[in-house]
Design a protein around this ligand. Structure first.
Ligand SMILES: NC(=O)c1ccc[n+]([C@@H]2O[C@H](COP(=O)([O-])OP(=O)(O)OC[C@H]3O[C@@H](n4cnc5c(N)ncnc54)[C@H](O)[C@@H]3O)[C@@H](O)[C@H]2O)c1
Length: 329
């Protein structure tokens, strides 16, 4: 009897496909442009919380014009770091938009890492100051590393990277792994201030903070700042006094605000990133403005990448397929 089947891809399968970050950036830029044109269904993510600092989020998205859709079911458990498990883990499902049938189930870790870096890279493409050469990075884990690679992709002139992490090993390994490969000078710093003060781009990618890290006075004119931990790593005055506040989702930003983020007040929105990418609002307009981007992470960014992974895997062939049901009607 004929079966309804879907393809299954482990993390290793996804990695083996070797989809380049450049392609991920192009895909996510297309996705954000579709969002900016109002052609994506991407409801705010609901979550469950089995521990005070942990979540499992359901993140669906549907592209009306491109005809693709799916769901990410992703967990974030900071305490996993003490054991032998990653903080972020989960599954993606890609669905056939004609029948609703699942056509692929895959690990979501690589997708989460690269699409987040792609969103930052796209923000930098539209909002970094002309002549940007320096980056201050706080947190050298999965996101710090990927974001560095993403920035270099869109800003080939990037030369100087200063990093700070509470883990010496994390700083050493980002230097060993990327200094030569990317052709940038990476300096491990002894404080947040020495890593970020006066840099063209500042990005924080840490976790579990008791207090913010980046002070307003280190966020100089012309700087483009990023906080990957929602508002947690940036002091309230830096957030509120930025000339432009950008996010990939204002709905999600307000939802986070209602649940305790932005304790000093919600900044006023300049633009959603999708509006900038779709050409509805300009990104950077002057060399001096301070732009802060707090991109929350959207299902539409995951789904467009997962769909490409599915297409590439089907074309290559040889991956495991699992049966959903017998076709018995
Ligand atoms: N916005 C998004 O779309 C999105 C997507 C994925 C992850 N994130 C967030 O990005 C952050 C980083 O995620 P990750 O996967 O890279 O985590 P990770 O655990 O791989 O790396 C975090 C790094 O931050 C360092 N760190 C922790 N506290 C620090 C401090 N006070 N000062 C300096 N360094 C510190 C750790 O030593 C570690 O190297 C998390 O907050 C995560 O929730 C956001």
């Amino acid at each position: 009897m004929e079966k309804v089947e879907f393809i299954y891809l482990s993390q290793e399968d996804v990695l083996d496909l070797g989809i380049p970050l450049k392609e991920v950036i192009e895909l996510v830029e297309l996705g954000l442009s579709e969002q900016g044109h109002g052609r994506v269904e991407n409801p705010p993510k609901p979550g469950i919380h089995s521990k005070p600092d942990a979540f499992i989020h359901a993140m669906p998205a549907y592209y009306q014009k491109l005809g693709i859709g799916g769901l990410k079911w992703v967990s974030g458990y900071p305490s996993n770091r003490a054991g032998n498990l990653p903080q972020i883990a989960g599954l993606m499902i890609v669905n056939d938009m004609e029948t609703g049938m699942p056509i692929a189930v895959m690990d979501c870790r690589w997708i989460t890492a690269v699409r987040t870096a792609a969103v930052s890279a796209i923000t930098a493409k539209y909002c970094a100051r002309e002549g940007t050469e320096t980056l201050g990075l706080v947190g050298c884990g999965v996101q710090g590393r990927m974001n560095l690679v993403g920035f270099k992709e869109v800003i080939p002139d990037l030369k100087e990277v200063r990093v700070f992490d509470i883990s010496e090993r994390a700083m050493q390994s980002i230097k060993e792994d990327y200094e030569v490969e990317l052709g940038v000078e990476i300096t491990a710093c002894e404080s947040v201030e020495s890593a970020v003060n006066g840099m063209d781009i500042i990005l924080t990618a840490t976790q579990r903070l008791k207090e913010p890290l980046v002070k307003n006075e280190w966020f100089k004119p012309g700087c483009l700042g990023f906080g990957l931990e929602a508002s947690r790593a940036w002091y309230g005055d830096a957030i509120l006094k930025a000339d432009k506040f950008i996010t990939d989702s204002w709905d999600q930003t307000m939802y986070f605000y209602e649940h305790g983020a932005f304790p000093d007040g919600l900044p006023s929105l300049y633009a959603e990133l999708g509006e900038v990418v779709a050409g509805k609002k300009p990104g950077r307009e002057t060399q001096d403005e301070r732009i802060l981007a707090i991109n929350i992470g959207l299902a539409l960014e995951d789904v467009i990448v997962a769909n490409r992974i599915y297409e590439v895997a089907i074309k290559r062939g040889g991956f495991e397929t699992l049966s959903l049901m017998e076709r018995s009607f």
